[in-house]
Write a protein that binds this ligand. Structure first.
Ligand code: DON
Length: 568
């Protein structure tokens, strides 16, 4: 006993006093797969994707299978009642992005979350029927499969249908996640029926979780495609639920929903080309801006996660998020000056007042107020790569954990609370402390601005990195850091994902760092530069694939969560 106590104490001391570089050098080398790999937030979902790959499907077939499986096994974020973005690279080198983000219902109005005095009622855009945008996931999956898949919808939906019909055993964290949301879920009859145990007790690890109504909904999609969701029985159930819970999504809104293929945002950084989601995601624009500013600041001259490295990263992020919040929104509505925002000339000028020894207060970058944001990890990201060279990165969400908390009665799935991603009132922060402007004001049929950042990077024309994450605006910073860890520092997938993260989003004017992992002299130096350093828990939950030469793949699932890598 003394021996094991001694061993634990020595390990702790080594951990506390060893520079982080040495710790990450000890992180185990990841498994390498040659035929295909899936990285997602949940084991059954990764296995569903792997099954499709093994049966001869390509990465797009498998990605669709994973998305539907996550709707069953990760109800807080995986979804058919939400939306998201897909970036894909095909074996013959085509790169495309699909926007299946939710849209504001046609009866939405600019001031729908304000009271008669013009005050923002924050809860209305977060909880209940009025918080939901028109879901995009099912149309997105059907659209992607039709264009790039090789298998029938019935086949790729089968794993999800089985998981819903026969059930699966809850893990400890799945049970905890359901229990922690129980009070809110209980408020809505449809959610009570699915997510609260009939005897009212808490879920335990090992409980069998069966979702018969959801299995029926998935079967309707399998046999009728988008009509199985956007019209007929499912659509009527959604509209009935809207009436019960004060929502405004109509049959016509559902019928008219269409996902959109968009040109990717492309960024060149050293020997890499990154392909990312354009607006209404802000991920691509911010990562492109930050990389250009970091290159100008010669970021590769600085030691990994040193104070000088972090200072440069934070200053580039601060400037970019100020632009994000002001300029970005749905490109189909707001005129977005993409060329100007991403031109080198503009970005060099934007970072030209960088001071190597002094933080630039956010108030001098642009006007704003201080607002804190909440911890959260309720979006999800997954990646699939196959042996043919197809690569898919999908970021998808209900927004908050369990979305609006409203489950469509009889159909068994949760609806999103994505309307909170609009700027409900200029200057008012949303649940992530993000302050929006006119470009992201509510309009009927408009898509709300997002931070989801599915990203595929090529090196010498071959896949190098495919990733994204959960965590609101921290998705952008974590995806950027995962890429840089591999691209600049040569870390393997396990090292790159384990490395401690930082985050800055302009407002609040704080430099967030993950607690415990940064040495006190680094933190003191950053404070000396004038940064308001805030040590917090996990920054984002990410998953990615790193490619070695000849399409050998390393999968990375964040140890900050329950992610799972499945490959062969
Ligand atoms: O699209 C967005 O940016 C947000 N709806 C993402 C929400 C999210 O990541 C929640 N989990 N942390």
């Amino acid at each position: 006993m003394f021996k094991s106590l001694f061993t634990s104490l020595s390990l702790l001391l080594i951990f506390l006093f060893q520079p982080f570089q040495q710790i990450i050098a000890q992180v185990s080398y990841p498994s390498v797969y040659e035929n295909g790999v899936v990285t997602s937030a949940e084991k059954h979902a990764s296995e569903a994707g792997l099954k499709i790959l093994r049966e001869g499907g390509n990465a797009i077939d498998a990605a669709v299978a994973v998305q539907f499986a996550l709707a069953v096994t990760l109800p807080r974020a995986g979804n058919i009642g939400g939306g998201g973005f897909m970036v894909l690279h095909t074996a013959d080198g085509e790169i495309n992005t699909l926007d299946f983000r939710e849209k504001a219902p046609s009866r939405a109005t600019r001031d729908m979350y304000l009271d008669e005095d013009g005050e923002y009622i924050s809860e209305m855009s977060k909880i209940g029927g009025l918080a939901s945008g028109v879901p995009g996931t099912v149309d997105g999956m059907v659209t992607a499969l039709e264009r790039y898949g090789t298998l029938a919808l019935e086949i790729v939906l089968e794993p999800a249908i089985q998981l819903a019909e026969k059930g699966y055993q809850l893990s400890h964290s799945q049970a905890r996640s359901l229990n922690s949301a129980a009070n809110r879920l209980r408020e809505f009859e449809g959610s009570r029926q699915v997510f609260i145990k009939p005897d009212g007790t808490e879920w335990q690890a090992g409980d069998l979780f069966v979702q018969k109504d959801l299995a029926d909904t998935l079967r309707r999609i399998a046999s009728m495609g988008r009509r199985g969701f956007y019209s007929g029985v499912t659509a009527r159930m959604i509209v009935d639920e809207m009436q019960r819970t004060g929502g405004i999504i109509s049959l016509r809104d559902l019928r008219d929903y269409k996902s959109v293929w968009r040109d990717p945002v492309k960024a060149n950084f050293k020997e890499f080309e990154l392909y990312m989601m354009p607006p209404p995601s802000s991920g691509g624009v911010v990562i492109k801006q930050v990389l250009a500013m970091l290159d100008e600041l010669e970021i590769d001259q600085f030691k990994f996660n040193s104070a000088d490295y972090i200072h440069r990263m934070a200053e580039a992020l601060r400037r970019s998020f100020a632009d994000r919040n002001y300029w970005l929104g749905d490109p189909d509505f707001a005129g977005i000056p993409m060329e100007r925002l991403t031109s080198e000339e503009y970005l060099f000028q934007r970072i030209s007042n960088f001071d190597p020894e002094q933080a630039t207060p956010s108030i001098d970058v642009s006007q704003g107020e201080f607002h804190a944001f909440q911890e959260s990890d309720q979006t999800t990201h997954f990646n699939v790569a196959d042996r043919f060279g197809n690569v898919v990165a999908v970021n998808t969400t209900l927004n908050g954990s369990f979305g609006s908390f409203v489950t469509v009665s009889g159909a068994g799935f949760l609806l999103n609370n994505e309307m909170d991603d609009f700027s409900a009132k200029p200057g008012e922060p949303n649940m992530f402390g993000l302050i929006g402007a006119e470009a992201n004001a509510i309009e009927p049929g408009k898509r709300m601005l997002s931070s989801m950042s599915p990203t595929i990077a090529l090196k010498n024309g071959e896949p190098f990195f495919a990733g994204g994450g959960a965590g609101g605006p921290r998705i952008i910073t974590a995806t950027l850091q995962n890429f840089l860890n591999a691209a600049l520092f040569g870390m393997n997938a396990n090292q790159a994902i384990t490395a401690p993260r930082i985050h800055h989003q302009w407002l609040p004017d704080k430099l967030y760092v993950e607690r415990l992992y940064f040495s006190s002299d680094t933190l003191q130096k950053l404070e000396g530069f004038g940064h308001d350093v805030d040590q917090i828990g996990n920054i984002a939950l990410t998953h990615f694939i790193l490619f070695e030469p000849e399409n050998r793949m390393q999968g990375a699932a964040d140890s900050r969560g329950d992610g799972h890598v499945a490959g062969y």
